[in-house]
Design a protein around this ligand. Structure first.
Ligand SMILES: [Zn+2]
Length: 293
């Protein structure tokens, strides 16, 4: 179907999905741009004319993934997890061809929720736009298979992502991930605003064992593979230029994103990249609590 029609279809899907209260705004909305302009790198709320704080804008970039990753279903779940913190408001860019041309300056943080297979989409210009945004102080979040994005620029992506996918052919002795199932996510002893006060939790997800890289990172959560008995990072942070990066290996599907602990970790990590102060954990409300499930 034509691009515009496809976009409308997706917009409609998001609006009428499992999160009926959410409202998806589009990145070219002039009003949105006016309100949010100039907040890049500052992250925290900006004042509007009536004196109220405007939410930090977060842009989820999606639109392509491995066939087993149903991004049309997981994107609303991701949005819901982030917007449980009312200080953040999510927009969705679901056309990767547009990343190069998208003005990221209105956003406090960009969430990568895709794995591209065409090296030209988002392409060099898309990568450079994103890299420039983070260098200048924008926040960056990687969710699950976003570690495999920009595989064509793997060496340049690694300093930005901290760790990247090792590729379709695992090195000797390595495997992609444990079989989908239950495992414990252990909050490490590192004192960090994202995980301060958080308890370790159990989830049902894919335990990723497929990351590689040498960039210094701070691991905030880790899990032990049932396959090889080794520890693997599930969430970690790093700095790139003036920007903050939160890399989140969890989130294979909708139930994984709705897990209380996993959603809390994702939300707090995103807030941190957006420059927001951490909220006391006791005041947070998870999607699981919200749905009553
Ligand atoms: Zn997966």
């Amino acid at each position: 179907m034509p691009r515009d029609r496809e976009r409308l279809h997706i917009l409609s899907h998001l609006k009428h999905s499992e999160t009926p209260k959410m409202k998806t705004c589009w990145i070219w909305t002039p009003v949105l741009f006016f309100i949010a302009a100039g907040t890049v790198g500052l992250g925290a709320e900006s004042a509007t004319d009536d004196g109220n704080a405007a939410p930090a804008r977060v842009l989820i970039v999606t639109g392509e993934d491995y066939a087993g990753h149903r991004w049309r279903e997981t994107t609303p779940a991701l949005q819901q997890a982030v917007e449980q913190d009312a200080r953040m408001k999510v927009d969705v860019l679901d056309d990767l061809t547009q990343l190069a041309e998208t003005d990221l300056a209105p956003y406090a943080s960009v969430v990568l929720h895709f794995k591209n297979y065409d090296p030209k989409v988002p392409g060099r210009a898309g990568f450079d736009n994103l890299k420039r945004f983070v260098e200048r102080g924008g926040g960056l979040v990687l969710v699950h298979f976003a570690c495999g994005a920009f595989e064509e620029f793997k060496d340049e992506f690694e300093p930005l992502a901290g760790r990247v996918w090792f590729g379709a052919r695992p090195p000797a002795g390595r495997h992609q991930h444990d079989p989908y199932g239950e495992f414990k996510v252990t909050i490490t002893g590192v004192d960090h605003p994202i995980t301060r006060g958080m308890e370790s939790f159990t989830t049902v997800d894919e335990l990723y064992t497929c990351l590689e890289g040498e960039t210094p990172i701070t691991v905030l959560a880790e899990s032990t593979s049932k396959v090889d008995g080794k520890e693997y990072p599930m969430a970690f942070v790093l700095r790139f230029g003036k920007g903050k990066v939160f890399h989140y290996a969890l989130g294979h599907n909708v139930p994984a994103l709705k897990n209380d602990g996993a959603a809390t970790l994702l939300r707090r990590g995103t807030a941190w990249t957006a420059g927001l102060e951490s909220m006391p954990h006791s005041l947070e409300k998870s999607p699981g609590n919200d749905s009553g499930a």
